[in-house]
Design a protein around this ligand. Structure first.
Ligand SMILES: [Zn+2]
Length: 149
């Protein structure tokens, strides 16, 4: 049987360290599943990887998708290229600026929950699951500091 994704380690999208396969969910899994509203299974496996260093969890299966692909298959647009997204964001900022954004970070028990955490939902575009360290490194590369409120 032919593998859907390469099982070898790839470079983490945040820090470049090795990221190994971490888990797989059906593409139809969304953040609303935990409320009891589930879409029928799509039959499309979505593999996630986890960085050994910064613990960023991501899927690289969407890297080749065009904007039209995202519009067709994912209801909310979420970046599959986080460094490009933050660099774009930073390019609009004045020398002193504040960026307010919202995302959940991996909870304390993420090692136990893994792909079963309700926030892992490729159907609504949650293909980048941040640890606090991954967020810190992502913004630091662009000279920005992350403060959690
Ligand atoms: Zn990393």
């Amino acid at each position: 049987m032919r593998a859907v994704v390469n099982a070898s380690a790839t470079a983490c999208k945040i820090c470049g360290a090795d990221a190994l396969l971490y888990g797989v969910v059906d593409f139809a899994k969304s953040c609303h599943d935990h409320t009891g509203t589930r879409l029928p299974l799509s039959g499309i496996p979505v593999y996630y990887r986890r960085c050994r260093q910064c613990r960023f969890v991501f899927s690289d299966q969407f890297a080749s998708w065009s904007d039209d692909d995202f519009r067709q298959h994912v209801y909310l647009e979420h970046s599959s290229r986080p460094h490009d997204t933050v660099a774009d964001l930073a390019s609009f900022l004045a020398e002193e600026a504040v960026v307010v954004f919202s995302t959940l970070v991996q909870p304390e028990d993420f090692d136990t929950l893994g792909q079963d955490w309700w926030y892992v939902g490729p159907r609504n575009g949650h293909i980048s699951i941040f640890s606090r360290e991954a967020l810190r490194l992502l913004f630091l590369r662009n000279g920005l500091q992350v403060v959690s409120l």
